[in-house]
Design a protein around this ligand. Structure first.
Ligand SMILES: Nc1ncnc2c1ncn2[C@@H]1O[C@H](COP(=O)(O)OP(=O)(O)OP(=O)(O)O)[C@@H](O)[C@H]1O
Length: 269
């Protein structure tokens, strides 16, 4: 389990996060949503200790500060929103970076097998020998996701995958493929926390959602509890309607206002 208690992040006089409390259970796909500047990436940075915080972060019943770097490298992995754009290596070697915690000089057979499986998972096998720098934005993104899956492919339990906007640049097919792959990962008793802007994908895939605004928790619960018309319209300051998804029966958010008939008639006389 991952348990966050009274987390605060201040930079100089600015409060980036205030009194954040939540937990992620093994088997749970957790989604963090909120408008631009809400503090979503900052929260993930706290979970990887890239930023100073006060409060408690307990991972598997132990303060994350007590974990060794070596064990964390095999138990927790993060996909960052801004990954390195220029890497003069073939795709399979970029994915092999995820296996660096597992070998010293030369990858063993298991590492090679894991890289191949991870490339398959993100449907990048056909690109394995291609130069990373020649890939499209979405393809590069899938290489880094394969790297994260490779990093956490081991016998440890209750692993934590942190993904900061992993769906940017991906078309609808790969958005669903990636979320299904993460779902497969958590179903094995692991945990994932994903920052995303697409509320409808959050509604379809999240077990629980944390909605942040201005560094504070607005709502925390299952998609039906969090994604109500009033909350979403207020937090995003935009008109919306929440309906039931006709196929998935999850909340479906439609943004915009009803156009009056006269306007529609003027457009299509
Ligand atoms: N190192 C920093 N120093 C000062 N302010 C910061 C720092 N890092 C982030 N901030 C500010 O904290 C706020 C939250 O930033 P954060 O990147 O966490 O937002 P976000 O919810 O991920 O936004 P987005 O949806 O735009 O990616 C922003 O107003 C940002 O300008």
């Amino acid at each position: 389990m991952l348990a966050i208690n009274q987390l605060d992040i201040n930079i100089k006089t600015r409060k980036l996060l205030q009194d954040i409390n939540f937990s992620i259970q093994p088997g749970e796909l957790f989604v963090i949503i909120g408008p631009n500047g809400a503090g979503k990436s900052t929260l993930l940075k706290a979970l990887t200790e890239e930023i100073n915080y006060s409060g408690e972060i307990n991972f598997q019943q132990q303060s994350i500060k007590k974990w060794t770097t070596a064990k964390l490298a095999k138990t927790r992995a993060k996909f960052s929103q801004h990954h390195q754009q220029d890497i003069p290596l073939p795709v399979n070697e970029v994915v092999m970076m995820g296996r660096y915690p597992y070998f010293t000089s030369k990858p063993n057979l298991k590492d090679l097998k894991v890289v191949s499986e991870s490339l398959k998972l993100t449907e990048m096998s056909a690109f394995k020998d291609k130069s990373y720098n020649q890939l499209s934005g979405g393809e590069k993104q899938r290489v880094h996701l394969a790297r994260i899956f490779a990093q956490l492919n081991n016998e440890f339990q209750e692993k934590l995958m942190l993904l900061d906007e992993p769906l940017n640049n991906l078309d609808v097919y790969y958005q669903h493929k990636v979320l299904e792959a993460v779902e497969g990962f958590v179903k094995k008793g692991n945990m994932a926390a994903i920052v995303m802007h697409d509320l409808n994908l959050a509604a379809q895939f999240a077990d629980r959602i944390l909605l942040l605004k201005d560094g504070k928790m607005v709502k925390y619960g299952n998609p039906k509890q969090v994604l109500t018309s009033k909350t979403i319209c207020d937090v995003y300051d935009f008109p919306c309607k929440v309906m039931s998804h006709p196929l998935a029966q999850t909340p479906m958010i439609v943004f915009g206002e009803e156009k009056s008939t006269s306007i529609i008639q003027n457009i299509n006389p």
